[in-house]
Write a protein that binds this ligand. Structure first.
Ligand code: C2E
Ligand code: CA
Ligand code: CA
Ligand code: CA
Length: 279
């Protein structure tokens, strides 16, 4: 029962006990998931809205848990950060995405790029740049084909350090993108000082494109701001043809979403690409 005046009282219900056990189970397995080869990447194409061509793919992490089945990234990535395995997992993601992309380039799927999500803790670790350099070298991938996606909150956690690291990445030739743009709190002045190559309009704005009268204006404003800042603009979460058409009319360059293609495992991706379904 709740103690008077206490503000740290926790109620244990069977439900919570279940949750704690589940967390424990996930945490335990997460430490060995990489060695056991339970992690894999899916790839979701980014298309150029003008030409309809695939210009690259976003790598999205998946975990095939032995008992729980497929665990969503939002369920285990925060935990991986917390227990300190994100550096190792994140390095593996960058490495695998570079190797896969080089392989697809060699197979003639086009001069595809790859976008990789980077978590805050991974971005801040001292060895991060070296991880990127090693991955590119190991895959013999030209740096211009790699884009790293960072959220606004990751960039703003230690803005001076972030800017330095982003500039180092760009010196290597790697591109930097702001993910989930619009959901954070970057002011326009911040944005001007951030060395970025592209921004991704968060899918919440895309889903409000037609339903909310402000939704349209916000997306249009972000696109014209991107143009002003000379950065590429990607719309994520495009689920309908109408959204794709509206975005193209607004001169949004790139789009990604279920309407275009859902994230695919490598083998399915290759099948689609060789049948010409991805371009
Ligand atoms: P995100 O980077 O914003 O990725 C976009 C998410 O939207 C993905 O979810 C994708 O499957 C989903 N999506 C794609 N098209 C559509 C659409 O048309 N409609 C809707 N409603 N959703 C769409 P997913 O794969 O579950 O990933 C969730 C988040 O997990 C990602 O959000 C990213 O923040 C994180 N994540 C995924 N892979 C990695 C990784 O390798 N490293 C790190 N640090 N984070 C990752
Ligand atoms: Ca992303
Ligand atoms: Ca996003
Ligand atoms: Ca997101």
């Amino acid at each position: 029962s709740k103690q008077q005046g206490g503000n740290q009282v926790t109620y244990y219900s069977p439900d919570m006990k279940g949750k704690v056990l589940l967390r424990f189970e996930i945490e335990n397995h997460l430490r060995t998931a990489l060695q056991k080869k339970e992690l894999f990447l899916c790839y979701q194409p980014l298309v150029d809205l003008k030409t309809g061509r695939v210009t690259g793919n976003e790598a999205l992490l998946r975990w095939n848990h032995p008992h729980l089945g497929l665990v969503a990234p939002l369920e285990f990535i925060p935990l991986a950060e917390e227990i300190g395995v994100i550096e190792e997992i994140g390095a593996w993601v960058i490495q695998s995405a570079c190797l896969q992309t080089k392989d697809w380039q060699r197979k003639g799927f086009g001069s595809l790029g790859v976008s990789v999500n980077v978590s805050a803790r991974q971005f801040r670790e001292p060895g991060f740049l070296q991880v990127v350099i090693d991955a590119l070298k190991q895959a013999s991938l030209e740096p211009e084909y790699l884009t790293l996606e960072l959220t606004e909150s990751t960039m703003l956690q230690n803005i001076d350090h972030s800017i330095l690291t982003m500039k180092e990445l760009q010196k290597l030739g790697v591109k930097v993108s702001i993910d989930d743009f619009g959901t954070g709190y970057s002011s326009l002045s911040y944005l001007r000082s951030l060395p970025i190559n592209s921004l991704k309009i968060d899918k919440s704005f895309i889903s409000n494109l037609q339903t909310d009268s402000n939704g349209f204006s916000i997306v249009r404003a972000i696109i014209s701001m991107g143009r002003g800042l000379e950065v590429e603009v990607v719309a994520e979460g495009v689920e309908t043809q109408e959204q794709a058409e509206l975005l193209r009319e607004m001169s949004c360059q790139y789009a990604q979403g279920f309407f275009i293609q859902k994230p695919l495992q490598s083998s399915d991706y290759e099948k689609g690409a060789s049948e010409g379904q991805l371009t």
